[in-house]
Design a protein around this ligand. Sequence first.
Ligand code: NAD
Length: 298
Amino acid sequence: MSNTPNIIDGLHVASLVRDEVRCDVNDWLAAGNRPPKLQVILVGANQASKVYVGAKTRACNEVGIESETIVLPDTTSEKILKERIQELNNDDSVDGILVQLPLPSHMTPLAVIESIDYRKDVDGFHPMNVGRLTIGQPCYRSCTPAGIMHLLKHYSLSPRSKHVVVVGASNIVGSPAAIMLSRENDEGKATTTICHKYTKDLTLHTISADMVIVAAGVPGLITGQMIKEGAIVVDVGMNRIPDPTTERGYRLVGDCDYDSVAEKASWITPVPGGVGPMTVAMLMKNTLLAAKKAVYPD
Ligand code: NAD
């Protein structure tokens, strides 16, 4: 008999988050404050990065956050980039600073991220924010895992006491997601296993999981045979697959083989329309927090 999982609808939930931010921004303006401002830096002409920056700019416009994008050529030196960041750190009219990743290969991403004032690091990538996350202190939480936590909460899919397997251990998705899911004093409270490319037998772990969060960047990595009946599956993957039948010449797929996983899962995120829109919505939330100095008061 075929199984029909419940859909975790990121498009819908993200629009609710943006509505909430828009109302909060209106209240903030009505109280006599200037609009929150997000400063984006885009280095180089990576096509996917341009698309992501466009989505962030549109979301800012929608919720009443001012946004400005500095576009630098991909030959820009790390020194020049850091100088531009320093100017923004010192600019009181800028609340949030976001350097779009990936950076050109001659740059060290962590060194660039560390040059952002952590009080303006609305992406939540600065070691100060990551460190504070791990010990449960107020911080900017990385937008994608924060978006996953928000989705789970919206659908009352509590990770508490569940066995959650996170596939992928990057600094921006897998690792912070595992921290948020496992902290016993915050909303997570899950027993969490982190898998990565060195994991010997991935199925051994995923098959026993009540919830699987996949952020590996490998299309079709997780199949139905690898998950247990009734598992909750969150697919973070966003992979461009060449597809000459589409206008853009590609289509987006996740890290799960959707059809076979849907046969087993009780809940599942579609790709696109799952985690992706949440990332941008959480960025709007973080930028408003920055304007209000709610995380790091003066
Ligand atoms: P990354 O390349 O930095 O990290 C990938 C992680 O997956 C690594 O820890 C690696 O060890 C692990 N991995 C790779 N192959 C594996 C395998 N065969 N088995 C188990 N683990 C494996 O990637 P990232 O930046 O974390 O992104 C992961 C995916 O999520 C990508 O598809 C990316 O496009 C997507 N993403 C989506 C959003 C969003 O908003 N939805 C945001 C960020 C990233």
